[in-house]
Design a protein around this ligand. Structure first.
Ligand code: OSB
Ligand code: MG
Length: 362
C-alpha cells in the first residue's frame, strides 16, 4: 500500500490525577500521534515517548526529530507491504523504538482496515476480553496509598501494581498487603536500585507478590540474573527488554521469570508479537505493560494481550483512569470480572475524534 501522506500531532493531555514513579511525576502526558493516508483509508498510531527522558531516552522532541528528519523521508510516497517490510526499511535508524512503533501501529491500522479485520484477528488473538489491573503511582504516605488502592478495588480492579523507589518500598508494599491479604499485588521500581541497594527489597519476598518489576538499571540484564538468584519472587523485566534479542538474552541468562511486553519499547507491535512467541515456547509468562496511552495505544495493547501467552493481567486500565477527555469516540470500561473487551472493528478498532486531537495538539 502506498503511504501517500503522513501527518504528526504532538499532544499534551492532562491526566485525571498525577502519576509519580521513581523517575518523576507526570501531570500532563505528552505523546505524538501519527496519521497515515493511503488509498482512501486513514491509519492512526501513537508514539508513547513523554516530555522528559525519565522512562526512556526518547522524548517528544526526539520522536519529532527522528520522524520528521529520518523516518518520514524514508517512507512518504513509498509502497509498504506490511510490518516486516516497514522494519526492513527503517533498520538503518539505530534505536528510537518509540518513534518507530508509532509508525508501525498506523501501518497495522491500515492493514486491518484494508482487509476488514481487527488487529486481534490479524494477530490471531483468542480472547474477546483480557484481564487487566491498575498501576498506582507513589503517594504521600503508605496510608494514603492504601486509600487509593481501596478506591481502585471498589472500581473493580482485581490486580494492583504499586510504584516503588528507595525509601518508599517495603513499608508501602507491606501496608497494602496488610490491608488486602489476598489481592494480586506486584511492584515496579523503574530501574531505581543497584545490585547493592536492592538488598533492602529482601522483605518483599515474604509478601506473596506476583512479581518485582525492573528493580535494576535498564541496560543491566546480568545483574538482574544475580538478583533473581537471591529472590524467591519472580523478577519481571520492562525497560531492559528493548528487542526480541534482549528477551532471548534475559531468558538464557535466567535474569527474570516474567516479561512485561510493551511493543513500543521494542520498536513496534511486530516485535511484541515475536517476544510473545519466544516466551510461549520457553514457558515464560508475559503480560502487556502500559505507557499511559490514549485510547489509540490502549486499543492495540488490548489486541496484543488477547494472545494466549499473556497469562498475567495487563497494565491496561479503563479510559476514565487516565484522561477526562480522550481522542477517540469510544471509551474502554472495566467489566465486573476485571477484564476489558478487545475492540472488534477493523484495524485498531477505535474512531479517532479529530476535534479532540486538534484540541490537545501543541
Ligand atoms: O514502568 O510500567 C511502567 C507509565 C509510564 C511509564 C512507565 C510505566 C508506566 C506505568 C503505567 O506503570 C501503566 C499504565 O499505562 O496504566
Ligand atoms: Mg514498568
Amino acid at each position: 500500500m502506498k503511504l501517500e501522506k503522513i501527518t504528526l500531532y504532538p499532544l499534551k493531555m492532562p491526566l485525571v490525577s498525577h502519576f509519580e514513579t521513581s523517575f518523576g511525576r507526570i501531570v500532563e502526558r505528552e505523546c505524538v500521534l501519527v496519521k497515515i493516508q493511503s488509498e482512501g483509508l486513514t491509519g492512526w498510531g501513537e508514539c508513547v515517548a513523554d516530555r522528559d527522558p525519565g522512562y526512556s531516552y526518547e522524548t517528544t522532541g526526539t520522536v519529532l526529530h527522528i520522524l520528521r528528519d529520518f523516518l518520514l523521508p524514508m517512507l512518504a510516497g513509498q509502497e509498504v507491504a506490511d510490518a516486516a517490510d516497514f522494519q526492513r526499511r527503517v533498520a538503518s535508524v539505530r534505536g528510537h523504538h518509540l518513534a518507530k512503533a508509532g509508525l508501525e501501529m498506523a501501518i497495522w491500522d491500515l492493514l486491518g482496515k484494508r482487509q476488514g479485520k481487527s488487529l486481534r484477528q490479524l494477530f490471531g488473538g483468542a480472547r474477546e476480553a483480557v484481564e487487566v489491573g491498575v498501576s498506582v503511582g507513589i503517594q504521600a504516605s503508605p496510608e494514603a496509598l492504601v486509600r487509593v488502592v481501596e478506591q481502585y478495588i471498589a472500581d473493580g480492579y482485581r490486580r494492583v501494581k504499586i510504584k516503588i523507589k528507595p525509601g518508599r518500598d517495603v513499608s508501602e508494599a507491606a501496608a497494602v498487603r496488610r490491608a488486602f491479604p489476598a489481592m494480586r499485588l506486584q511492584v515496579d521500581a523503574n530501574s531505581a536500585y543497584t545490585l547493592a541497594t536492592a538488598s533492602a527489597l529482601k522483605p518483599l519476598d515474604e509478601l506473596n507478590l506476583l512479581l518485582i518489576e525492573q528493580p535494576l538499571y535498564e541496560d543491566d540484564i546480568w545483574d538482574h540474573r544475580l538478583m533473581q538468584r537471591e529472590f524467591k519472587t519472580p523478577l519481571c523485566l520492562d525497560e531492559s527488554i528493548v528487542s526480541p534479542r534482549h528477551a532471548r538474552y534475559a531468558l538464557e541468562m535466567e535474569a527474570c521469570r516474567v516479561i512485561n511486553i510493551k511493543p513500543a519499547r521494542c520498536g513496534g507491535l511486530s516485535q511484541g508479537l515475536e517476544i510473545h512467541e519466544m516466551c510461549q515456547k520457553a514457558g515464560i509468562p508475559v503480560w502487556c505493560g502500559g505507557m499511559l496511552e490514549t485510547n489509540i495505544g490502549r486499543a492495540t495493547n488490548l489486541a496484543l494481550a488477547s494472545l494466549p501467552g499473556f497469562s498475567l493481567p495487563g497494565d491496561i486500565s479503563a479510559s476514565a483512569r487516565y484522561y477526562q477527555q480522550d481522542v477517540t469516540l469510544e471509551s474502554f470500561t472495566l467489566n465486573a470480572d476485571s477484564t476489558i473487551n478487545v475492540p472488534t472493528a477493523p484495524g485498531i478498532g477505535v474512531t479517532v475524534d479529530e476535534n479532540a486531537v486538534k484540541k490537545f495538539t501543541f
